[in-house]
Design a protein around this ligand. Structure first.
Ligand SMILES: C[S@@+](CC[C@H](N)C(=O)[O-])C[C@H]1O[C@@H](n2cnc3c(N)ncnc32)[C@H](O)[C@@H]1O
Ligand code: SF4
Length: 457
């Protein structure tokens, strides 16, 4: 890995989980704007839609956390929060076309398994009452294994959950201690075996982070090798996003000593090598899946997409309707984000108002740019004629919307980051680490931004 390239391109750039990125959302976007976008979304393909629930609670706060999460204060506030979620669901579901089938339901956080499983099961029942589900919807839950035992897991499986994302981060207990995180309640191998024995159709993801204090190349290699032995369906290795202006607790990690760029690059490289030589296929930069996984099939056939919940197939992307504090709905022509404050969120809903705090209405050019950036981030390449066919507009119309800096593209080529021809742009193997920088080439907002982003790597 070329150190000079890391120095040159390790700059602050958006993660492009959305376009425009969430820090461009505007306060002027109202609940009425959201409802109008929901009604408009009923007419868009693909037919199937997704639902997201944000459960912000955690039992203990990890110092690296970049998610919208908080420590559980008391039982009553959890109860109130779940009642509010149910009310919000009823308020919005009436505006969504009942003929559209829900193919993906995602409970994220925070830590959904920090609350009694009955709360999650009740929400699932309400979804079933208010929507029609596709014949085999993916019902996913993000779990912290520090609070996950067999009886709890069994209840989730009974409630219909069939994808478990377990946040491992690192198997090394010294690393977990340094970031204020508890180790798994039962060995992860046993937990995964148990999930599979209870429901052979259930799928398991294991999440890891590289770039935390106490991590070394050798240590992370051991962690990834242990993960490979467990053979989860998907392995996700996140680059630690250091954003202390969002989460002040991350400052503590600076004192603990964060690994430098070279160490971080070595961890990524060794993890990548171990996973790809042991049967896993790379999806984007940070997901690794078994060959039979639907994401790999989608990558092969150019149907790979992504939303805030991660990579998905084009069929399941649909429109995402989000519920709960800080939840972001992702619709054809708009994003809408709920209030990040639990009090503000519950007060709004109690007053019969949708808790939308901000959002973004995309114009036609931005919808095209979003497609270009998503295609690049997912498939590491853009084929202009192919995209033109997919979007039903001409290549010059696409190029007009993304009008990018040709000199910069040439520079990427000279640095070995991309190859391009008149019809396509491809990110090279070495360039994969800097895919966010390449995506930023098509983002006109980057030219004028004052927003802060984590570094590209
Ligand atoms: C909401 S959390 C997962 C669920 C559960 N709360 C847990 O900690 O296991 C989603 C994932 O985001 C990742 N994550 C959290 N903070 C991060 C950060 N600052 N940089 C990179 N990844 C991060 C972690 O891998 C984590 O498992
Ligand atoms: S990483 Fe998970 S458990 Fe830790 S604070 Fe963040 S959301 Fe909570």
């Amino acid at each position: 890995m070329n150190e000079n390239l890391i120095k040159k391109y390790n700059t602050p750039v958006p993660r492009y989980t959305s376009y425009p990125p969430a820090n461009y959302f505007e306060d002027t976007f109202s609940a009425d704007d959201y409802l109008a976008a929901v009604k408009h979304s009923n007419n868009w393909q693909p037919e199937q839609v997704s639902i997201y629930f944000h459960i912000p609670f955690c039992k203990k706060m990890c110092h690296y956390c970049g998610c919208n999460s908080c420590r559980i204060s008391d039982v009553q506030s959890v109860k109130r929060y779940f009642n509010t979620l149910k009310t919000e669901l009823r308020m919005v579901s009436g505006h969504i076309d009942k003929n559209r089938k829900v193919s993906q339901i995602h409970f994220g956080g925070g830590t959904p398994n920090s609350v009694p499983p009955g709360y999650l099961a009740e929400l699932m029942n309400l979804v079933k009452e208010n929507f029609s589900l596709s014949h085999s919807p993916e019902i996913a839950v993000e779990c912290n294994p520090a609070y996950l035992d067999a009886p709890y897991t069994k209840k989730l499986i009974k409630a219909g959950f069939n994808r478990f994302s377990l946040g491992i981060q690192d198997f090394n207990i010294h690393v977990l201690n340094k970031v204020n995180r508890d180790q798994p309640l039962i060995p992860v191998t046993d937990l995964v075996s148990y999930i599979r024995s209870e429901n052979p159709q259930a799928r398991v993801n294991l999440d890891f982070i590289y770039g935390l204090p106490g991590q070394t190349k050798k240590g992370f290699e051991d962690t990834i090798n242990r993960a490979i032995e467990i053979k989860p369906d998907r392995l996700v290795t996140f680059s630690y996003a250091h954003v202390p202006w969002v989460n002040k607790a991350q400052k503590i990690l600076e004192k603990q000593g964060l690994p430098d760029n070279d160490e971080k690059a070595a961890m990524y490289r060794v993890a990548h090598e171990q996973m790809t030589t042991n049967g896993y296929k790379a999806i984007g930069l940070d997901h690794f899946v078994l060959e039979q996984d639907e994401l790999y099939k989608a990558l092969e056939s150019g149907r790979l997409h992504r939303n805030f919940q991660g990579y998905c197939t084009r069929e399941t992307t649909g429109q995402v309707y989000a519920f709960g504090v800080s939840g972001i709905s992702q619709l054809q022509r708009a994003y809408a984000q709920n209030s990040k404050s639990i009090d503000e969120y519950t007060d709004s809903v109690a007053r019969g108002l949708l808790p939308v705090k901000k959002g973004y209405a995309l114009n036609n050019a931005e919808i095209i740019i979003r497609e270009v950036i998503t295609t690049l981030m997912c498939n590491k390449q853009i084929n202009w004629p192919g995209l033109s066919k997919q979007l039903g507009i001409s290549v010059p119309e696409i190029l007009n919307a993304v009008s990018y800096n040709q000199d910069l593209l040439r520079q990427f080529k000279e640095d070995g980051i991309v190859d391009y021809s008149a019809d396509s742009i491809k990110v090279t193997r070495e360039g994969s680490l800097f895919i966010r920088n390449v995506a930023a080439l098509f983002d006109p907002l980057m030219a004028t931004t004052n927003n802060k982003f984590s570094r590209s790597f």
